[in-house]
Design a protein around this ligand. Structure first.
Ligand code: SF4
Length: 864
């Protein structure tokens, strides 16, 4: 048996430590690392199921030029030649890199160095632009440097935690569990500020369902209250003239309540809680950052903490938490177009300093194109060669249809990725196979500045190569061999450490310890460490005055519903999925939490708009439209819609959320405003509904009105709806022996296809009245000998619908849980865990279990 390898989770910015043990050629056992400071052994459902995602399904295993396999030499020569020729003909700003928070720091470092020091442009931006660049801009405005002044230990020591724009229970589950543990241990109060009543909000002492986009009004109102109560201290801050006058003029309780659309009573509860608890952490993420006013919203939070002294003390900090595993590492090397390197901007002395350090011939002297502008320039023909690394902008960028068109028209597109076919790589001239999680070696930095090693546990498959190697080989072929003469990631790491310290007299807080990874063996053994200690604890900030800055920020006009676009569209993540599902989508267990993209709508809106709970609806915005299954939810504010971001063209014919958001961005950070898009929704009534089950993992979606696919054990499940004839469905069926039942009068068609050994290879169930059997039992029959009741969709005499999955680890369903609660009088989440196991492994479903108990209590009380 192999020994466990200490590594780090592939997904979110919590950065949990993992013990990964190879159990076969392509299999890994996953456990939480008890010694890692981010998670102390715990993992959420996504991390727990990482082992199910290391197979080779869909992997790109050889370089491809067009649709033809090529040698590495040929592919790299071509990439280097086309970039060289483009730069020679049109200049350095005619090329660009679009990179990813999935890259390791070493990958990021060499890509940034190549573009900014050698090509001579700053046109390298990252998909982290979409997730936290407003926090970066806010930090720089307030502190003078992009420093997250918090750690996870602050959550353990806080008396009050404000979660703003963060569905922490779903998006950062281990942080959420840490908050829950603090509540249990020391009674920490929890306030959730979010227009939606999420599972995170349901556990809170107070939930303020504010009007979307009114965060600045709320924070300013809270700060004005603190000022009135004598809780502010600004002698050691840079305070612009008139700052307090404007704030006090607009920030009374009633005006704030009106602006935020909450009751003055609830608002007062927030004010009292904040005033009573100096140890306050305000944790925020995409709900704050992904806004056209994201940077102002960040600074409203930072103003509050700075002026009330809730910073640089145990349990007191503003805390921006990142979405991706290495968004912070990207910030540190300078992987955003708006920064240069190692927390330096494009000031002339910084450009000169970095140029000296790199011995760079062509230093970029000004910021490059941020993501939205970058793809606009691709579309307008000014970017003529584009290299996309480890990301899928054809799905994830706002106005993704336009991005797709831009890629299709770009003269030269390179995609380095682990996946053979993505919506983005469909437009690539060259595809380069990169190593995936479990095969890579390097470092990542999590949300609280803890640097951890990602270590390889599996051999690279096929001809896959690390991203740093691919970039370095291209750089060498472009003529800069000596500057990119790295043999291993440790060589790059050491250079990164040296640059962070180079001519750094303390003016930059980002300075990695010189002794970390200083030779190959210490790099190999490097334990997680947090750089920067407790920033600002000496009261000094890296600004010209040495003081932090209060930044005047005013609430922008909140958009009013428009006649044509009466709804507001909000986007976000599901608990068990990650980004565009290229990895989590491989896990059958994770897929079952939410099998389709849903549009959540308040029941009153649904009824008024003639929608049906469980029916289909088309969501349209000025950019585009997508189709979703409707889910009525009283957690939505009336007038608002919520859709998930995960489905792509290859997993859904309708539910592509990226088509809907506006290509507009915050003026300071360039972060796209994914939240609060004007929208409308309309019911779509198909003439038939169907589902298709198949063992063939590669079966493609048919050309029907609605088709979405997820992985199930031993196959795929495709939910379908359409108009007219069923020819497209007929074409999906594989060859084999058919068992068929058709009732034309009632519009019902059920067909099973058996393989040569009589085992179920595929099943198609179609209904014109929507009556279809539950999927569970049929899914379990895939690959099994066909039972006689196959076309009934259930075992003889049994009731098989166990409802939606709640606990992915133990495959515990809603019906099982509700029955057990009633029959065994289970009164809390712990009792459910003891009885069924649910919630006792990763814990991601505990908020859902609590919600089920409370809903049953309400129902039972009503019946009593
Ligand atoms: S919270 Fe979950 S997804 Fe995030 S790093 Fe930890 S295990 Fe991975």
């Amino acid at each position: 048996m192999a020994s466990p390898v200490r590594t780090t989770c592939a997904y979110c910015g919590v950065g949990c430590g993992i013990l990964a043990t190879r159990t076969g050629d392509r299999s890994v056992r996953i456990e939480g690392d008890p010694d890692h400071p981010a998670n102390h052994g715990r993992l959420c459902s996504k991390g727990t199921h990482l082992g199910e995602t290391v197979g080779l399904e869909g992997r790109l295993l050889t370089p491809m030029i067009g649709d033809r396999p090529a040698s590495w030499d040929k592919a790299l020569d071509l990439v280097a030649r086309r970039f060289r020729e483009t730069i020679a003909r049109y200049g350095p700003n005619s090329v660009a890199f679009y990179v990813s928070g999935q890259l390791l720091t070493e990958d990021y470092y060499v890509a940034n160095k190549l573009m900014k020091g050698f090509i001579g442009s700053a046109n390298i931006d990252t998909n982290s632009r979409l997730c936290m660049s407003s926090a970066v801009a806010g930090h720089v405005r307030a502190f003078g440097e992009d420093i997250v002044p918090a750690s996870y230990e602050d959550l353990d020591e806080a008396d009050l935690i404000l979660l703003i724009g963060s569905n922490t229970a779903w998006c950062h589950p281990i942080v959420y569990q840490r908050i829950m543990a603090a509540r249990e241990r020391r009674g920490t109060k929890l306030v959730v500020i979010d227009p939606r009543r999420t599972e995170t909000a349901e556990e809170a002492d107070l939930h303020l369902a504010i009007r979307p986009g009114s965060d600045v009004a709320l924070m300013n109102g809270l700060l004005a209250h603190c000022r009135r109560e004598g809780l502010t201290e600004d002698a050691k801050l840079d305070v612009p003239e008139g700052f307090w006058d404007v704030l006090m003029r607009d920030g009374d309780l009633w005006s704030t309540a009106r602006a935020c659309d909450v009751t003055p009573t609830d608002l007062n509860r927030l004010f009292d809680l904040f005033a009573a608890h100096p140890r306050t952490v305000t944790l925020f993420s995409q709900g704050i950052n992904q806004s056209l006013r994201g940077t102002d919203q960040v600074n409203a939070i930072l103003n509050l903490h700075l002026a009330t002294g809730r910073i640089a003390k145990p349990g007191a900090a503003p805390f921006s938490i990142t979405g991706q595993p290495n968004a912070m590492g990207g910030r540190e090397v300078g992987g955003l177009a708006s920064t240069l390197a190692a927390h330096m901007d494009f000031a002339p002395d910084n450009v000169a300093r970095v140029g000296r350090f790199w011995a760079a011939p062509n230093m970029a002297t000004k910021p490059g194109l941020k993501a939205v502008d970058l793809f606009r320039e691709v579309g307008e023909g000014r970017i003529k060669a584009l290299w996309i690394m480890a990301t899928n902008p054809a799905v994830s960028m706002p106005d993704a249809g336009r991005v797709r068109d831009a890629l299709a028209n770009c003269p030269f597109v390179v995609v380095s990725d682990v996946i053979a076919r993505t919506d983005t790589s469909a437009h690539a001239h060259v595809r380069l196979p990169a190593t995936a999680w479990g095969e890579k070696d390097g470092t990542v930095t999590n949300s609280d500045r803890t640097v951890s090693r990602q270590r390889a546990v599996l051999a690279p498959p096929g001809e896959a190569k690390p991203d740093w190697w691919i970039v370095t080989e291209v750089a060498r072929r472009m003529g800069w061999a000596s500057a990119f003469a790295y043999d291993r990631p440790a060589d790059i790491w050491r250079e990164h450490v040296r640059l962070s310290r180079y001519q750094n007299d303390g003016a930059r807080l980002f300075a990695l310890p010189a002794d970390k990874g200083s030779n190959y063996s210490s790099y190999a053994a490097m334990a997680p460490f947090r750089w920067g200690g407790t920033p600002f604890s000496d009261g000094c900030y890296p600004t010209p005055s040495g003081r932090a800055r209060l930044v005047p920020v005013a609430q922008a006009l909140v958009a009013v519903p428009l006649e044509k676009w009466p709804m507001t569209l909000n986007t976000g993540r599901y608990r068990d999925q990650w980004h565009t599902m290229t990895r989590t989508g491989l896990s059958a267990k994770l897929a079952r939490h939410r099998e389709e993209p849903l549009v959540e709508v308040h029941p009153d809106d649904g009824t008024a708009m003639s929608l049906t709970d469980g029916g289909l609806a088309r969501v349209a915005t000025p950019q585009g439209e997508s189709l979703y299954r409707v889910a009525f939810s009283d957690g939505q504010r009336p007038g608002e819609l919520f859709v998930p971001i995960h489905w792509t063209e290859s997993t859904s014919t309708g539910g592509r959320t990226g088509l809907l958001a506006r290509p507009l961005a915050d003026p300071h950070s360039g972060q796209p405003g994914f939240k609060n898009t004007p929208a409308r929704i309309k019911a779509v009534v198909p003439t038939w509904r169907a589902f298709y089950l198949a063992r063939d993992l590669n079966c493609s979606l048919p050309d029907t009105l609605w088709a979405t696919r997820v992985t199930v054990p031993r196959g795929v499940l495709i939910e379908l709806a359409g108009d007219g004839d069923l020819t497209a469905l007929e074409r999906m069926l594989p060859p084999g022996q058919r068992i068929e039942a058709r009732d034309r009068a009632r519009g019902s068609w059920r067909v099973a296809v058996l393989d040569g050994k009589g085992r179920l290879a595929a099943a198609l169930f179609v209904s014109s009245d929507g009556a279809l059997p539950p999927r569970d039992w049929l899914v379990a029959q895939l690959g099994e000998d066909a039972p006689p009741t196959l076309l009934a969709g259930r075992a003889a005499g049994s009731q098989v619908d166990r409802g939606a999955i709640v606990c992915a680890c133990f495959d515990t369903r809603l019906v099982t849980i509700t029955r057990a609660i009633h029959e065994r009088r289970l009164l809390d989440v712990a009792a459910i865990g003891r009885a069924l196991g649910a919630g006792t492994n990763c814990g991601s479903c505990r908020p859902a279990l609590a919600r089920i108990i409370s809903q049953l209590e309400i129902k039972d009380a009503a019946i009593a």
